[in-house]
Write a protein that binds this ligand. Sequence first.
Ligand code: S3P
Length: 160
Amino acid sequence: MTTFLIGFMGSGKTTIAQLLAEDFIDMDYVIVERIGMPISTFFAEAGEGAFREIESQVLEELSQNEGVIATGGGIVTSDDNRRILSNAEAEIIYLKSDFDTLYQQISMDTTNVRPLFIDKSREELQEIFETRAPLYEEIATQIITISGKTPEEIIKEIRR
Ligand code: S3P
């Protein structure tokens, strides 16, 4: 069985994946290994389009895998990616939150340099969030509202 964690930046996909399975796969990490540089550098040098192509390739490959996979927040923007996820007969868990909470989380995260956070204004990011929110909902097999919950509470809810 494959479990994909989906949701906007700052929703804690990697943290939750880590707690669900020690040997989880982080898609952004796989991409960084493949491109040989940080995602922010790749965005600046090759552009977002090139990043999305690699992201789709990696998703296609990983959809054959078993286990827990944390995706990048932009995974749902491509029709093909949504088709791959829906056809994978996997569990797709959407870590849902409101934009203000997510924005605060992203702002506080100093370990993760996110190109969209650097390049876009708060208003632009909110627009991206509003475009993506229904797409996460559309493909999710389970929706977990994360605001105000600890990672442990979220894990309990997923396992229930
Ligand atoms: C992106 C989210 C990032 C990463 C890239 C693009 C996005 O992943 O894939 O910076 O478009 O939302 P996280 O959701 O893990 O931050």
